[in-house]
Design a protein around this ligand. Structure first.
Ligand SMILES: *Cc1c(COP(=O)(O)O)cnc(C)c1O
Length: 376
């Protein structure tokens, strides 16, 4: 690798190079078995991922979005219902709410953690509220103790959008057991990524697990007997085999992300940027490492990084309450001040387990160069 090789936000080729034999064998195993729909490979991954999370059940589905939508359907959330969530997230969180005919009710985030502000949740609850979806954004769980306590008081189920949080902990417990049901995405760039679309729900609740199991596979318990009208949202068997090959590495990958995040913290100490803040109960999985800069500097910084061969990102530039897709909800700029401020300042730096110290040094040098000397 030469000094000037590009440094992407996430490097899936570098990861494949370290696990090629295991992944290729897993894929070949499915192809040779000619069992492509559900079957033992899917069950095997579900069992191991449930065990990894410390949960009783895992049900594989076709994506993180499907996990969220099917969870809402099993909880019988639908038209006329409100679901409280945040606007500083990927749109899939809110799309699931829209997909079941319910209305997303966006609340503001904590200015330190960028996750759902528990007091804002409490204030937003009305008789129409039917569920709560906090998001473990960038891999840091929301304050799940406070959020679940408020939800319990009002009899509301909590669905954890843990799409970015494989391996994260809150209060010493893994993402997957922090809510009534947790939704994971195995989109390729996630901390545990498939080689295509994939997702899962994780829960201790046997009824929720059975409900999602039924809905994901056309509502059937037998081949041509359909208990309910469901969906074709199964976890693909090839993807399950890839995920089983990768899961034994997840702990080491999360540990590497934690080392890289800690090193960014040290190297950027004193720089004129806002560094990520970690809740004392949280151990983030560092899906993203996001700093805050003055809004008027952001475009210039990203261009400067690009010149240095470094990919920077913005997760996410336009909060959901201001998206054209949600114009009908009639939110205005100013409604969620913390969300809007963070959306204007956030910059994601490269972080992935294979990122070397030399590469990280280049990222930090380019960042400091910009902040201290302006554009190159
Ligand atoms: C990736 C992601 C999703 C959606 O997952 P898909 O597998 O792409 O459908 C949902 N929520 C968040 C916060 C995500 O990052």
């Amino acid at each position: 690798m030469s000094y000037s090789d590009p440094i992407p936000l996430v490097d899936l080729k570098a990861q494949y190079a370290t696990i090629r034999g295991e992944v290729d064998a897993a894929i070949a195993g499915v192809v040779e078995s000619a069992s492509f729909i559900l079957g033992p490979a899917v069950r095997e991954f579900e069992d191991s991922f449930a065990r990894y999370c410390g949960a009783a059940h895992c049900v594989g589905v076709s994506s993180g979005s499907a996990a969220l939508e099917l969870s809402l359907r099993v909880l019988e959330v639908g038209p006329g219902d409100d679901v409280v969530t945040v606007a500083h997230t990927f749109i899939a969180t809110a799309e699931a709410i829209s997909a079941v005919g319910a209305r997303p009710l966006f609340v503001d985030i904590d200015p330190r953690t960028y996750t759902m502000e528990p007091q804002a949740l409490e204030r937003a609850i009305t008789p129409a509220t039917r569920a709560v979806i906090p998001v473990a954004l960038y891999g840091q769980p929301a304050d799940m103790e406070a959020i679940c306590a408020i939800a319990r008081k009002h009899g509301l189920p909590v669905i954890d959008d843990a799409a970015q949080a494989h391996g994260a902990c809150f209060g010493g417990r893994r993402s997957g057991v922090l809510a009534d049901v947790s939704c994971f995405s195995f989109y390729p760039g996630k901390n545990l990524g498939a080689y295509g679309d994939a997702g899962a729900i994780v829960t201790d609740d046997a009824q929720i697990a059975e409900g999602v199991r039924l809905l994901r596979n056309h509502g059937r318990r037998e081949k041509y007997v359909h208990a309910v009208a469901g969906f074709g949202e199964r976890l693909d068997t090839l993807q399950a085999a890839v995920l089983s090959a990768k899961l034994p590495h997840l702990e080491a990958w999360v540990a590497a992300r934690r080392r890289i995040a800690a090193r960014y913290m040290r190297l950027l100490d004193g720089a004129p940027v806002t560094l990520p803040w970690v809740h004392p109960c949280a151990e983030p999985a560092w899906h993203l490492y996001v700093i805050g800069v003055e809004p008027h500097l952001r475009d210039g910084l990203i261009a400067h990084l690009r010149h240095a061969g470094i990919e920077g990102g913005v997760h996410y530039p336009l909060p959901l309450h201001l998206q054209p897709a949600y114009a009908h909800l009639a939110y205005r700029r100013g409604d969620l001040p913390v969300t809007e401020d963070v959306a204007a300042r956030c910059v994601s730096l490269p972080i992935y387990p294979e990122l070397s110290e030399a590469q990280q040094d280049r990222v930090v040098a380019a960042l400091r160069d910009f902040l201290e000397n302006g554009t190159a």
